[in-house]
Design a protein around this ligand. Structure first.
Ligand SMILES: [Zn+2]
Length: 268
C-alpha cells in the first residue's frame, strides 16, 4: 500500500498562544470539537478508537471548510465518554452522563465566549446514553451562549445512508466500519495480523441494547466487536471519512446563519 498523502495540518487550538488564539477565535471561525471514548474495540483495535475516528473526521471536515474559504479551528478532544456497555472489558473507562453533559456544555460555552458563532460537535462514540448526554450538553450550550452548534448524529437514516451496509444493520462496533476508519487514519494502530481469525458477529447492537443488554458480552459480542472486521480496508475507510466530513459540513450549513449572538464576547 502506498504511503498515505496527508493534507497539511489544520490549526489546532491547543497549539496556539493566547494572542494567537485571540486572532483565531474570530466570529466567523468554525470550531470543531471531537468527542470519543476510552473503550474496548475488539482484540484488534485500541481503546482510543473513537478518539482516533472523531479527531480524523473533524480534521477532514476542517480541511473541506478551509478549501472553500471558511476558517476552521480544531478544539482539543473530549477523550472520555459514557462507555458503560464496554466496561466488561479491561481498560474501558466510562464517566457518568452528567459529567459528559456538563463538560461538553461548559467547553462549548467557553469556546463561543471568545467569538465563534458556529461550532460543530464531532462525536464518534454511539452508546445511546453517551449520545443523549452530549445532546444535553449541546442544548445547554446553545441556550447559554446563543451560538449555533451542529451535532450531526450519524445514526440518522439520512447520514447512515452514506456509510455502510454493516453500519445500517447495527453491527457497528469495532467491525468493518470502525476498523476501516482506523486503517485509513492510523494504520499502525490496527492489529492486522488478528483480522483473518475474527469471525463475523452479525448482531444488531442497538436492538440488543434496547432489549435490555447491558454490556457487549450480553449483546453477543464476547470479544468486544460486532460486524466483520476481517472485511475492513483503508480504501473503505477513506470513503467513509469522506462521507463523515461531508456530513459535518452539511450539518454546519444547516445552522441558521442569521442567528444573533445573545451576548458580546468577553475579552481581556
Ligand atoms: Zn467505537
Amino acid at each position: 500500500m502506498p504511503p498515505q498523502v496527508v493534507p497539511p495540518p489544520t490549526r489546532q487550538l491547543r497549539d496556539l498562544t493566547w494572542p494567537e488564539a485571540r486572532e483565531a477565535l474570530a466570529p466567523e471561525t468554525v470550531v470543531l470539537l471531537p468527542i470519543g471514548a476510552i473503550e474496548a474495540h475488539g482484540p484488534h483495535l485500541p481503546l482510543d478508537t473513537d478518539v482516533i475516528i472523531a479527531e480524523e473526521a473533524a480534521r477532514r471536515a476542517a480541511v473541506r471548510l478551509e478549501r472553500r474559504g471558511d476558517r476552521a479551528l480544531l478544539a482539543p478532544t473530549v477523550s472520555y465518554g459514557v462507555s458503560e456497555v464496554g466496561a466488561c472489558f479491561p481498560g474501558t473507562v466510562p464517566v457518568p452522563p452528567e459529567v459528559i453533559a456538563g463538560q461538553v456544555a461548559r467547553i462549548l460555552v467557553e469556546l463561543a465566549r471568545w467569538g465563534p458563532r458556529r461550532l460543530a460537535v464531532v462525536n464518534a462514540h454511539l452508546e445511546p446514553a453517551h449520545v443523549a448526554a452530549v445532546r444535553t450538553g449541546v442544548e445547554r450550550a446553545v441556550s447559554v451562549s446563543g451560538a449555533a452548534i451542529a451535532f450531526p448524529d450519524k445514526r440518522e437514516p439520512r447520514w447512515a445512508a452514506g456509510l455502510s451496509e454493516e453500519f445500517r444493520r447495527g453491527a457497528r462496533h469495532a467491525g468493518g466500519y470502525e476498523t476501516s476508519l482506523v486503517l485509513a487514519a492510523d494504520p499502525a494502530a490496527v492489529r492486522t495480523y488478528l483480522l483473518p481469525d475474527l469471525a463475523p458477529v452479525w448482531v444488531d447492537l442497538p436492538a440488543k441494547l434496547r432489549a435490555g443488554a447491558r454490556t457487549f458480552a450480553e449483546a453477543g459480542g464476547v470479544d468486544g466487536y460486532f460486524g466483520n472486521p476481517a472485511a475492513a480496508s483503508a480504501e473503505e475507510g477513506e470513503r467513509l471519512f469522506d462521507a463523515l466530513a461531508a456530513m459535518i459540513v452539511a450539518a454546519l450549513d444547516e445552522l441558521d446563519p442569521a442567528r444573533p449572538p445573545v451576548s458580546a464576547p468577553n475579552r481581556p
